[in-house]
Design a protein around this ligand. Structure first.
Ligand code: SIN
Length: 487
């Protein structure tokens, strides 16, 4: 892609920026504004309104009113709407990708990949809308039980900044498919993509009250959404401490919850692994979005016999990654979202070196300045910190192990259990590891586990609930059973 075409995309992305929130089809202002920055240029991109509690309550009331209509629509109608929404997202994909790059900083090509990933959820749930089948069960008393999957009710969704489009569609598309309505609070760092997606959904025929995007103060909005008895489910993606807080706030109204929380994913390279495949998988998993995903490998365990060969290849491949601004041709690694993220990465590298680790490549801020950090490979030191703290940056720490049991024990030593990755050519070993590793999502010979058809979610302190797939849909329904006593 040429610099000129990238500049044209950037302009199209900028044209999508709205400085209002979207409540029941109306663009509304608030009491003050929340500034949104461009993390690559470190300039002000725009702002969104700081809605009052009363305005958020209005969005909730409208979602409840719209639920009465949307939940009764025929499955075929809900499927048609989702297809029409997906068509609009397809048509706008370049501008949406540019908008993601502007507010999140990820390279344009990667942002385009995210829009397609985001849209795959809409398309997948469009197909699923007509397959909300229940069961027929025979009881021991000779009665017949019918089960119906009914939409759980109006849903609140709270989404993070690392995937400004995909984290929205994988919640909202499942919700609309089930017959739920949605009030969405996007991350304050990346609200514009959410607003653009919601605008497209309304253009595609969704009743206005069925999708509101509320912006502003996290505590105010979170307080209303978690406290309202009208909201019947909360789906949250973010950190474990915030997830715990939200779950506690939802307890008095007993909402159904989906919590996609932190991870500290292990990646294991067994001694029989194809090292080229392992290195490729490590790069894809670890350096996606500059290492800012919940499923990025946070700690890499390599069998001592192949450690050196793996490290040589990994360090060479990582050193070749191109760090650049989002609209720079060929850019692969963008900036970290903010100074806090940068400080954490620097801290993890410094602590690893202090513990005896070596920097094989990278290990410092990038010459581009701002939030840019060099893609880094670390060898050795102590893995203890990486069990408990997500680096959320482009740093691959590698540790040696001597036996399969040791690798599995280290993998499971973390309180988190979102994703895990194993590389081996031995099917028995792969299956043993797959069964033994405590994670919700596991990749074998693959660094990417994200797909609309794949049930995505964690165990232990990484949360509960699943997104994507039929399991993801189940999170938005409740089962009603009807007993037929046939005489
Ligand atoms: C996340 O980082 O929370 C999600 C990553 C993904 O969907 O691949």
């Amino acid at each position: 892609m040429t610099e000129a075409s990238l500049a044209a995309h950037a302009a199209a992305g900028r044209a999508l920026i709205r400085d209002k929130a979207l409540v029941a089809g109306h663009w509304v202002a608030g009491d003050g504004a929340v500034e949104v920055d461009d993390p690559a240029e470190r300039t002000r991109l725009g702002s969104v309104p700081r809605l009052s509690a009363a305005q958020v309550e209005e969005a909730v009331a409208q979602a409840a009113a719209a639920f009465a209509d949307w939940s009764r629509r025929k499955p075929v109608e809900r499927g048609r709407f989702l297809s029409a929404w997906a068509d609009r997202v397809d048509a706008a994909e370049q501008a949406l990708a540019a908008l993601i790059s502007l507010e999140n900083g990820k390279p344009y090509a990667e942002a385009l990949g995210e829009v397609r990933y985001a849209n795959s959820f809409i398309r997948w749930f469009a197909g699923q809308a007509e397959r909300m089948d229940g069961e027929v069960i025979a009881t021991s008393a000779g009665d017949t039980v019918l089960t119906f999957k009914e939409p759980v009710g109006p849903v609140a969704a709270i989404t993070p900044w690392n995937f400004p489009a995909a984290m929205i569609t994988r919640k909202a598309a499942a919700a609309f498919c089930a017959g739920c309505t949605v009030v969405l609070k996007p991350a304050s760092a990346t609200p514009f993509t959410a607003l653009a997606l919601a605008e497209l959904a309304l253009e595609a025929g969704l009743p206005p009250g069925a999708f509101s995007v509320v912006t502003g103060d996290q505590a105010v909005i979170g307080g209303v959404l978690t406290g309202s008895p009208l909201i019947r489910k909360l789906s949250f993606t973010g950190s474990t401490p915030v997830g715990r807080l939200l779950a506690a706030q939802c307890a008095p109204t007993l909402k159904k919850l989906s919590m996609e929380l932190g991870g500290a994913a292990p990646l294991i390279v067994f001694e029989d692994a194809d090292l080229d495949v392992a290195v490729e998988g490590t790069i894809k998993g670890k350096f996606r979005n500059a290492g800012q995903t919940c499923v990025c490998p946070n700690r890499i365990y390599v069998h001592a016999r192949v450690r050196e060969a793996y490290l040589d290849r990994l360090a060479a491949a990582v050193a070749a990654l191109k760090v650049g601004k989002p609209f720079e041709a060929g850019a692969q690694i963008g900036p970290l979202i903010d100074d806090k993220g940068l400080a954490k990465v620097e801290d993890h590298v410094a602590r690893t070196v202090a513990a005896g680790g070596r920097v094989l490549t990278g290990g410092a801020r990038h010459a581009l300045g701002g939030g840019f950090y060099q893609p880094t490979v670390l060898d050795g030191g102590d893995d203890e910190m990486f069990l408990h703290e997500e680096t959320f940056g482009p740093v691959a720490p590698v540790f040696a192990f001597d036996s399969d049991d040791e690798a599995i024990a280290r993998a499971n030593a973390s309180e988190f259990g979102l994703a895990a990755f194993v590389f081996t050519r031995d099917l028995d070993r792969a299956m043993r590891a797959a069964r033994a590793v405590e994670a919700g999502v596991l990749g074998v010979n693959s660094g990417l586990v994200s797909n609309a058809a794949n049930p995505f979610g964690g165990v232990k302190q990484s949360g509960y609930g699943r997104e994507g797939s039929v399991y993801g849909l189940d999170d938005y329904v409740q089962v009603k059973s009807v007993t037929l006593a046939l005489r």
